[in-house]
Design a binder for this molecule. Structure first.
Ligand SMILES: CC(C)(COP(=O)(O)OP(=O)(O)OC[C@H]1O[C@@H](n2cnc3c(N)ncnc32)[C@H](O)[C@@H]1OP(=O)(O)O)[C@@H](O)C(=O)NCCC(=O)NCCSC(=O)c1cc(O)c2ccccc2c1O
Length: 273
């Protein structure tokens, strides 16, 4: 697969295929692709870039190398008030949770491509992606209670929806690691493939989605969010539906009437049963 670098970052890579796939790679293999605040800022920028690029229809999130997708927050820059920018800022950050919301709100499918460890905050990153393709060497788990941390947001609630409440509690309360096959059996990932086939399979899945209606995929993603995110999810689905209303004659009549300073004539539109 040929990828073209579309923007240069320090901690991540942002690449595009020639057919509408963006690939975002956490590029810190020396720490098993742990993220520091700078990494999260770059990831957020890259996801926004992919969102704004109308040629992009699917996004892959992955980690460099075969040893890890992501090992969570970089413990070397963890201070008493969060993770420190530059390793020594006085006030820390916990803003990977904003990235979770951004990935879920992004109106294009986001696919986690996981080889090696998806651990701690790195595990939550794959949970918030729409699909997960795992290599046969992938290992999943939470470590929060082992390092004095927890994610009570999507890391707990969404995980429970994916694998069931008892299993989610087991994952968090015992901090065990689970292999790719076990993850597949519990509904944590969509498929498992040999590492050598990981990228080709992920790209194939993306291409299948690229051949489908982008608006239908967008509304489906918003529909799942509406169920899971309460009022914020309903707002997103409503906003997306409003896009369709805007594109129709009925809404156009309202806008045109306002601009022409006349009463709108909605009588021409059916009152559908
Ligand atoms: C991931 C591992 C299981 C890999 O084990 P392995 O044996 O393959 O490799 P090493 O352990 O030897 O690691 C190689 C090298 O990488 C360094 N490293 C690994 N992970 C990290 C990390 N997270 N931070 C910093 N450095 C890391 C390791 O020290 C080695 O360096 P050398 O210099 O010695 O070569 C295993 O490494 C592992 O268990 N890692 C730790 C996983 C972990 O506990 N992660 C943090 C969980 S907490 C978290 O992520 C988190 C972040 C947030 O931002 C939150 C925000 C809001 C709520 C909750 C949050 C949250 O919980």
């Amino acid at each position: 697969m040929d990828w073209t670098t579309a923007h240069h970052y320090t901690d991540i890579r942002y690449e595009l295929s020639d057919d509408g796939i963006a690939k975002i790679t956490i590029d810190r293999p020396e720490v098993r692709n742990a993220f520091r605040p700078e990494t999260v800022i770059e990831l957020s920028d890259a996801f926004e870039r992919a969102r704004e690029d109308t040629s992009v229809g699917a996004i892959i999130l992955t980690g460099e190398g075969e040893k890890a997708f992501c090992s969570g927050g970089d413990q070397r820059v963890r201070g008493d008030s969060g993770y420190r920018v530059g390793g020594n800022a006085a006030v820390g950050r916990f803003h990977v949770t904003d990235l979770h919301v951004q990935i879920r709100r992004l109106p294009k499918p986001v696919v986690a491509m996981v080889a090696g460890y998806a651990i701690g905050g790195g595990h939550v990153l794959h949970i918030v992606c729409d699909l997960t393709i795992a290599a046969d060497n992938a290992r999943f788990g939470q470590t929060g209670p082992r390092v004095g941390s927890f994610d009570g947001g999507f890391g707990a609630g969404l995980l429970a929806r994916q694998v069931g409440l008892k299993k989610a509690k087991e994952i968090w309360f015992l901090c065990r690691q689970y292999g790719a096959q076990e993850a597949l059996e519990m509904g944590l990932v969509n498929t498992v493939v040999p590492y050598a086939e990981l990228e080709a399979t992920t790209v194939d899945w993306c291409r299948e989605m690229l051949a489908l209606s982008p608006m239908a995929l967008r509304l489906l993603k918003a529909s799942f969010n509406a169920d899971e995110d309460g009022l914020a999810g309903i707002q997103q689905l409503a906003h997306d539906t409003n896009l369709l209303l805007y594109a129709g004659e009925e809404a156009r009549e309202g806008r045109t009437a306002f601009l022409e300073k006349r009463q709108p004539d909605f009588s021409q539109f059916p009152r559908r049963p």
